[in-house]
Write a protein that binds this ligand. Structure first.
Ligand code: FPP
Length: 260
């Protein structure tokens, strides 16, 4: 059976949040400064490091980031190569520190099309950081939610919709659970095929802040907003509170934080 409302709330309270981030805006950030797009991706890696460092201190137990979608193969080859080079460098240079800090790395998405050198670094990093319990850092690489759901459906091969649903739920959420808060930087308001099943009840938070400018302060603002929202998971609020409908959507737009 699917999880009940109360079991979801209890899990969230006991174990911390699962935050997903669509790290958008690297290219525009660079272009606005007269830099090549790859400079934006490099600055994006620095932003990721800041967020990984801060996340466990503010109640995040799992962080899923979108590093490369199945659709990103259509970018110019030099940009694709730079992205993989940066991922490899990130894993090679940060794995020891992440292990020391209790961060466990997991890469999700297709592995069969990854360059061999990247795959080696992924395997090594996942192995070395496996004992980490402070933060699960999940990196989506060559990932498409629709494809992940379709593959899970093929694996489940259950005869009824209900048993298939439960099997897919288990398959897709067993590592990190459902997404509590999904953040997208860069001003666009789309999910872009990221964690569609896992985000069924996620709170959505969109900000104009470009990903390279995102850091601990911006994560704190997103989490403050998340904690102000009332999550009902399709039910109603507790019996002893007056129920006032907030309207259908819980989508809030925020201006970037001015850095001084
Ligand atoms: C979207 O910005 C960002 C990406 C496609 C890649 C995100 C990758 C990183 C932050 C660096 C590598 C990741 C790891 C895990 C080390 P965009 O290029 O679409 O920006 P734009 O919309 O402004 O063009």
């Amino acid at each position: 059976m699917g999880q009940s409302i109360s079991s979801r709330s209890i899990r969230q309270a006991n174990t911390g949040l699962h935050v997903a981030i669509i790290m958008d805006g690297n290219g525009r950030w660079a272009t606005r400064q007269g830099l090549p797009r790859v400079a934006g991706h490099r600055a994006g890696v620095a932003a990721l490091k800041r967020v990984v460092e801060h996340a466990p201190d503010v109640g995040v137990r799992a962080l899923s980031v979108y590093a490369f979608s199945c659709d990103n193969w259509s970018r110019p080859a030099p940009e694709v190569q730079s992205l993989f080079w940066l991922m490899r460098a990130f894993l090679r240079l940060e794995t020891a520190r992440m292990r020391q800090k209790g961060v466990r790395v997991q890469v999700f998405g297709r592995r069969d099309r990854l360059p061999a050198a990247v795959l080696r670094e992924v395997d090594r990093s996942e192995f070395v950081t496996a004992p980490g319990r402070r933060l699960l850092l999940r990196v989506g690489v060559d990932y498409s939610a629709r494809e992940a759901i379709a593959r899970a459906a093929v694996r489940s091969a259950y005869p009824s919709a209900e048993s298939a649903r439960d099997a897919l739920e288990h398959d897709l959420t067993r590592e990190a659970g459902e997404v509590d808060l999904l953040i997208r930087t860069g001003g666009e308001k789309r999910l872009s095929d990221f964690l569609l099943w896992e985000s069924a009840y996620a709170e959505l938070y969109f900000t104009d802040c470009m990903w390279p400018d995102f850091g601990p302060a911006e994560l704190d603002v997103a989490l403050e907003e998340f904690h102000r929202r009332e999550r009902r998971f399709g039910g109603i609020v507790a019996f002893n509170r007056s129920y006032v409908s907030n309207g259908p959507a819980h989508i809030v737009q925020h201006e970037p934080i001015n850095r001084t």
